[in-house]
Design a protein around this ligand. Structure first.
Ligand SMILES: [Zn+2]
Length: 164
């Protein structure tokens, strides 16, 4: 079997849970604008599948929706650099999503608190700028369910949340 065939075979073993698609994993407005490849690696696809099953599907149940609307999922290294992502960002291997909480009619802080009180097994949940418009990041790592909760204020400093 050719290397290409082998890779296709490997990808074929991965099944993102409905309704998530490879387009959801690879979409990036920054990548489109800058004509950068943002298709994930095989490892990125594996992580994306794990993330969808571990985080996104349970979030659908928590919020009573058919799909979690996302602003960002996988980011290849050039894309991650371009958007100013952390050098160790879980987005680089498909293991993190930024949630479009506006599309669900919720504040980032409101979603953050609901997820924090749930049993969803995430690695880190971050509410950026919780006192203003905010945004919400959730990531996962196979073998980790540490459920670290952070607020990151406009000064750039990460703080543990006060009540958990
Ligand atoms: Zn993020």
């Amino acid at each position: 079997m050719s290397l290409g065939g082998y890779l296709v075979y490997q990808v074929g073993l991965l099944t993102l849970p409905d309704p998530y698609t490879i387009q959801d994993v690879s979409h990036s407005n920054y990548a489109v604008k800058n004509e950068l490849d943002n298709f994930p690696s095989i490892e990125g696809l594996r992580r994306a599948e794990f993330h969808a099953r571990t985080v996104l599907v349970p979030m659908q149940e928590l919020f009573g929706v058919d799909k979690i609307p996302l602003n960002s999922w996988n980011r290849n290294p050039a894309v991650n650099r371009g958007v100013g992502g952390s050098k160790t960002s879980n987005h680089m291997e498909g293991g993190a999503t930024d949630v479009n909480h506006w599309a669900l009619g919720m504040s980032s802080r409101g979603m953050f608190e609901r997820i924090a009180r749930s049993r969803i097994q995430f690695h880190t949940l971050i509410c950026y700028h919780p006192d203003t418009v905010g945004s919400l990041h959730i990531d996962s790592q196979p073998g980790s369910n540490r459920r670290k909760l952070q607020y990151r204020h406009a000064d750039g400093v990460y703080r543990s949340t006060p009540w958990w």
